[in-house]
Design a protein. Structure first.
Length: 222
């Protein structure tokens, strides 16, 4: 910022020029503040759009994963129900176990899908401080959404490990291959698989319900 020192020697003229200088400085500061405010609002708006797109992508990924897991879980539940019914009806063990080589193969599928759950847009908004210029309500919704995402990533990993006894599962599958597994062993294994899928999917469904709330923040802010 540049201004010239008043050259007038008369007090009245000097005072007038001094006032003009002060007004010029204040005007320049106000304009600078306005420009910065516009820049910050633009930065926040741009970051919010990227976050919204990211959350929508996460929601779509969640729906796709849940659909695939639901298909696997239905097959596990079908096989378990039929095996349990066979045990209750006193069907011979050999007859029950033979079905795991035919129409019950799909019930032993442990391929739980997990969403990617991206957070790059949120991380970028924090790094460039765009979040500090967002409305409080909008920011709080985003904070909650991404906190839920972090929690789910932890829960799905820990929850899956909690409901699955890996070594015992592998032993049971080995016994199945050698012909020494029993229907009761297989029923326990199927129960573990069902619990693992149900636990993961329950957590993912809870997250899916919270993501649209975050998307609504952008719409209300526009």
């Amino acid at each position: 910022m540049h201004f010239e020192v008043p050259k007038s020697k008369k007090l009245k003229e000097f005072g007038g020029e001094y006032v003009m200088i002060v007004i010029s400085i204040l005007t320049a500061l106000a304009l600078e503040h306005a420009v910065q405010s516009i820049h910050h609002k633009h930065l926040a708006h741009e970051a919010a759009e990227k976050i919204e797109a990211e959350l929508r992508l996460n929601a779509k990924d969640l729906k796709d994963v849940l659909a695939r897991n639901e298909s696997d879980l239905k097959e596990i539940q079908r096989v378990r129900a039929e095996l349990l019914q066979g045990i209750q009806d006193k069907v011979a063990d050999d007859a029950l176990m033979s079905r795991f080589k035919t129409d019950w193969k799909g019930g032993l599928n442990l391929a739980i899908k997990l969403p990617t759950l991206r957070h790059e847009a949120w991380d970028a908004a924090i790094a460039n401080q765009a979040v500090t210029w967002m409305p409080d309500e909008q920011l709080q919704r985003y904070v909650t959404a991404y906190a839920d995402i972090r929690d789910i990533q932890t829960l799905t990993t820990v929850g899956n490990a909690t409901f699955i006894d890996g070594p015992r599962l592998m032993d049971t599958l080995s016994d199945l291959e050698t012909g020494s597994a029993t229907p009761h062993q297989m029923l326990k294994t199927l129960t573990q698989l069902r619990s693992a899928y149900s636990s993961v999917d329950g957590n993912l469904q809870g997250l899916l319900k919270s993501l649209p709330k975050a998307d609504a923040a952008v719409a209300s802010a526009h």
